[in-house]
Design a protein around this ligand. Structure first.
Ligand SMILES: CCCCCCCCCCCCC[C@H](O)CC(=O)SCCNC(=O)CCNC(=O)[C@H](O)C(C)(C)COP(=O)(O)OP(=O)(O)OC[C@H]1O[C@@H](n2cnc3c(N)ncnc32)[C@H](O)[C@@H]1OP(=O)(O)O
Length: 263
């Protein structure tokens, strides 16, 4: 298994190392910002890896040394969501990142993990962060809110005070703070992050695959309610249809401060 089908404006790279599949968001020139084709590729690749019996563990990382993922692409993907609605991003309101895979996913994070990048991270199981990693949800400054289960998963994974500060204030956590609050499992030197993640993956790959997948599924099914995700998806529609969301994205792209008007 080698490079996955590349998307026109970004690609996922998928390589198999024993029982470990390494998935790389491969758009470093744009800090691995997610495009619609990349999201479609991610959906297809995770379904394929879930079905592939040789694959026991997945490692998810970003290409380059500047970012794991800078979020949804503000030039291509986000305007589509603003114009055509959130269903264009995920037609199934209960879908969230990595909800289609019960095999353990280990994240290897270097640099920026922002917006949809953090949403994606919240769907992983174990996380290794480089000392240069930083984690944030800049959506509020853009007049938007995160989706894909963030409002359910984040407060389950970090203290509520930290979750609210990230959601409302846009607080950015550095790697040390991320490990203190439980968002990541360990911090490593940036150049060692992938090796540490691969070592954890190899450890998991040597355990009983049925046991690991069952444990993960029990945790997911007892903590993630489809109704909650559908609620987040529905209320996000209120935000995406606002003028403020359009103003926030335009301001970012025009490199100016947004003028929000509350509608
Ligand atoms: C598989 C199942 C899926 C189920 C669900 C699917 C749902 C669909 C996906 C979710 C939809 C998105 C929802 C999300 O809540 C909304 C967002 O994520 S909004 C985006 C939030 N992110 C940001 O605001 C970060 C913006 N970027 C930065 O702050 C900085 O770029 C950085 C990341 C800190 C990196 O800084 P630097 O290293 O200094 O690099 P530069 O700033 O110079 O950038 C280099 C280059 O990259 C371009 N770029 C960076 N980020 C983005 C981006 N988010 N979108 C588009 N382009 C980006 C930047 O413009 C530069 O390009 P250049 O100017 O050189 O052409």
């Amino acid at each position: 298994m080698t490079r996955g089908e590349g998307a026109a404006d970004g690609r996922l790279d998928v390589r198999l190392d024993g029982h470990v599949a390494v998935v790389t968001l491969d758009r470093p020139e744009k800090r691995n910002a997610l495009t619609l084709p990349m999201v479609a590729a991610l959906r297809e690749v995770t379904a394929r890896l879930q079905a592939e019996s040789a694959v026991r563990v997945v490692v998810l990382t970003g290409a380059g040394d500047k970012a794991f993922c800078a979020g949804g692409d503000l030039r291509t993907m986000i305007p589509v969501a603003l114009d055509a609605g959130r269903d264009t991003l995920n037609p199934d309101p209960t879908e969230r990142f990595l909800s289609g895979i019960t095999k353990p996913v280990v994240a290897a994070v270097r640099g920026a993990c922002f917006g949809a990048g953090l949403e994606l991270l919240l769907g992983t199981d174990l996380r290794v962060a480089g000392s240069d990693a930083r984690f944030g949800l800049p959506e509020a400054a853009l007049g938007m809110i995160p989706g894909d289960g963030t409002h359910i998963r984040l407060p389950q994974q970090v203290p509520m005070a930290v979750a609210k500060s990230m959601l409302l204030r846009g607080e950015v956590l550095d790697a040390q703070r991320a490990v203190e609050v439980g968002l990541v499992n360990e911090v490593a030197a940036p150049e060692d992050v992938l090796d540490v993640a691969m070592s954890i993956a190899a450890e998991l790959a040597a355990k009983g695959p049925i046991a690991l997948q069952t444990s993960k599924e029990i945790v997911t099914r007892t903590t993630e309610s489809a109704a909650d995700f559908a609620l987040e998806h529905a209320l996000n529609g209120r935000v995406l249809s606002s003028q403020d969301a359009r103003e926030g994205v335009a301001a970012f792209l025009e490199k100016r401060d947004p003028q929000f008007r509350g509608h």
